[in-house]
Design a protein. Sequence first.
Length: 430
Amino acid sequence: MNNNINIAIVGLGQIGIYLYNELIIKKKDIETKTGKKINIVAISAKNKNKKRRFKINKKIFYQNPLEIFKKQKIDILFESIGLSDGISKNVVETALNNKIHVITPNKALIAKHGDYLSLLAEKNKVNLEFEASVAGGIPILRTIKEGLATNKIQKVYGILNGTTNYILSEMENSNDSFSSVLKKAQNLGYAEPGNPKLDLNGFDAFAKVRILSSLCFNTKIATNNCLMEGIEKIELKDINIANQLDLRIKLLGISELINGQLFERVHPCLVDKKSYIGNVSGVMNAVILQGKPVGESVLQGEGAGPGPTSSSLLSDLLSILRGNIKYPFGIPGHKRIKPKIYNNDNYINSLYLRFEVKDVPGVMSKITKRLAKFKISIKRLIQTPDKKSNKATIVMTTHKTSEINIKRCLSVFKKDKDILKYPTIIRIYN
């Protein structure tokens, strides 16, 4: 690599435009640290004249990002469009085939096509870097690939989505409803203004879990259907009842090997208020790794927003400028094995169950009999009648039971007219 490095940025949304500005103001600093002079020679986005946070050089603007490869000599390309397919994949693929290093924060793309794209990078002896795709500014992927490279990691879990963590924390702090706090998150820029669905339904955290699994366990990215639930069904009453039980609700992403089988999941969990993970609030992310011989490692930091994301993108840039050509997933592609998959039905947990019922005689005994039939024993019971509307909220915590057991047990309640909606289930994390 020569000392003058040409850079292209494709995608000038919140992250792309912030990165563009960072590269301009930190040009000297980057040269001091790496001996390399960077020049932004091409930028691309849908709209040239859109009002942006920072002014762009329109002379280097391309409407069609694929034109850049024909007109410019590029050394490093940043992709921050954020799609899992389409133009995002096309741009990254073209760059790698042209022996151009690629840096991206795009977790959807890596979770879906990471195996294929990493082999392409290896074949062309260039880097595919995606530190910013997981946990914003926390250097979690580099820690796994380099800092903990000789450890045998058994489990990785944590809070991987700042939007949902902010919503759950804010509902508790302000005693405000889900929809009202979501609006607040959108106004503050923590949630997508248009459609925040991928944060709320757990997909964003799940894409990150897939990437973490692959790095931690040296496997190809799993493609099976997994246990993925978001926070859309969590109501303020769940937060308040959890509080009474000295617990707190967190959306956790969890991946581990159980008897050599990969078990990945994302779902709300009730955690102890005194636990470390129970006290990670606001837009913070936290990732906990369990490995041998290192034991438990904890990394915490801001997981959302252009600032933390750009910090990770620039750390990837400096790594490339210093001449670190490395395997995207830490080991050669042909040594990454296809994972054996754990059966979700065998997952065992204590549970929090909330039933909304008509306040009529016999409802409680109907529920408890049904639970007893499936050997699900009740640990604690909270019943709150609403005399005005002749309804009641029944909350139970249970002893441990399997996923398949609870599914079979609760399925019958769908048809029961005294039970007003399908019960809310939150797993209690030990």
